[in-house]
Design a protein around this ligand. Structure first.
Ligand code: NAD
Ligand code: IPM
Ligand code: MN
Length: 366
């Protein structure tokens, strides 16, 4: 049987830096009897520099063919003044939309060794393990009409929040399925108090919930949800929410774990002919232009995204556990990239030292 195929899209800024460390982990699994056919291509500003577009049709086609895509990060100040249609972020959004990756799983887990590193009190975050399911292919990110028009001699910026019942239904089912495998609690977040799309969201999620009688379903307005996530995040198990609220709430949740550099994600779509879901794995963080090129980036979010690929695309749950344990081990040993040390941090390890230590911990685990 052919090896599972992986398309790697390092992207911009720290994307290529963290991806170099993921490659070390992928290569290590290759030596352990789990080889992957890896190909690499361009996305974001790097693709724009090469082809004048943030994702070429050829790369899009490759992404549709492989078993899973692994993406670093896109964007950066160099591209901020480009026309909207060719901005690096459009490449990422095209991948999500055309692959129909509607369920974005963003787990926020606080490793014991980092419980002191969050900006919140230790007892608020110690042992935290929540999963945010963000709808990824609809809502205000994609709704029509959109654009900048002129009306009464002034410019008007327009975006439309739009959700169909079936779009809400399918992401809700993904979230309920996850809740069944976890703590059987699901909190749905919207703003049904001010938005019709929120009313529909609450309605459909409630309806889907009838198929999951074992899951305790609650609803919360997303603003109150943000407050509760910082007040007492351990009240949550799985959270399901729309594209924009999910974007905000997952960055917020990242800081509960100590750093945005820790949060992985899986963007999943419908099953392909081989039964595997269409899938792209990407850290939650961006291209971090402020630290790019300095060897300071934390590669853990991207490495844990590969762990999610092992689990969700390749049925290698044991190997995913092994990789997560290796990350936990190096953190317990005291290794910290600069982002985990705060403003006054001393003696951080570099991106590649962190990657090497994780591979060494994998080696020790066998
Ligand atoms: P960002 O996530 O790139 O950075 C926010 C802060 O977190 C910065 O201080 C950065 O140094 C830090 N940080 C992020 N990841 C880190 C890591 N792995 N290790 C250490 N520190 C890390 O967000 P931003 O600054 O708002 O955006 C920069 C660019 O990235 C923009 O062009 C934006 O559109 C893009 N972006 C891309 C993605 C993606 O590709 N998935 C996600 C978010 C932002
Ligand atoms: C993310 C990012 C993206 C988003 C951008 C870069 C398009 O912030 O993945 O969280 O807004 O979805
Ligand atoms: Mn974001």
């Amino acid at each position: 049987m052919a090896n599972p195929s992986l398309l790697i899209l390092p992207g911009d800024g720290i994307g290529p830096e963290v991806m170099t460390e993921v490659r070390k982990v992928i290569d290590w699994y290759g030596t352990q009897g789990f080889p992957f056919d890896v190909s690499e291509d361009l996305v974001g500003g790097a693709a724009y520099d090469a082809h004048g577009a943030p994702l070429s049709d050829e790369t899009m086609e490759k992404a549709q063919q492989v078993d899973a895509v692994l993406l670093g990060a896109v964007g950066g100040p160099k591209y901020d003044t480009l026309d909207f249609s060719v901005k690096p972020e459009r490449g990422l959004l095209r991948l999500r939309k055309e692959m129909d990756l509607f369920a974005n799983l963003r787990p926020a887990q606080c490793f014991d060794a980092l419980a002191d590193f969050s900006s919140l009190k230790k007892d608020v975050v110690a042992g935290l393990d929540i999963m945010i399911v963000r709808e990824l292919t609809s809502g205000v990110y994609f709704g029509e009409p959109r654009g900048i028009i002129t009306e009464n001699n002034e410019r008007v910026g327009i975006n439309t929040q739009r959700y169909t019942e079936s779009e809400i239904d399918r992401v809700a089912r993904s979230a309920f399925d996850l809740a069944m495998k976890r703590g059987k609690k699901l909190c749905s977040m919207e703003k049904a108090n001010v938005m019709e799309s929120g009313i529909l969201w609450r309605d459909v999620v409630t309806e889907v919930g009838k198929d999951y009688p074992e899951v305790e379903l609650t609803h919360m307005y997303a603003d109150a949800g943000a407050m509760q996530l910082t007040r007492w995040p351990k009240q949550f198990d799985v959270i399901v929410t729309d594209n924009l609220f999910g974007d905000l709430l997952s960055d917020l949740a990242a800081m509960l774990t100590g750093s945005l550099g820790m949060l992985p994600s899986a963007s999943l779509g419908l099953p392909m002919a081989n039964g595997r879901p269409k899938a792209m794995y990407e850290p939650v963080h961006g291209s971090a232009p402020d630290i790019a090129g300095q060897g300071k980036a934390n590669p853990i979010a991207c490495i844990l995204s590969f762990a999610m690929a092992l689990r969700y695309s390749f049925d290698l749950g044991t190997q995913a556990d092994q990789l997560e344990a290796a990350v936990e081990k190096v953190l317990a040993d005291g290794l910290r990239t600069a982002d985990l040390l705060g403003e006054e941090g001393r003696d951080p390890v570099s991106t590649s030292e962190m990657g090497d230590a994780i591979v060494a911990a994998l080696e020790d685990s066998i």
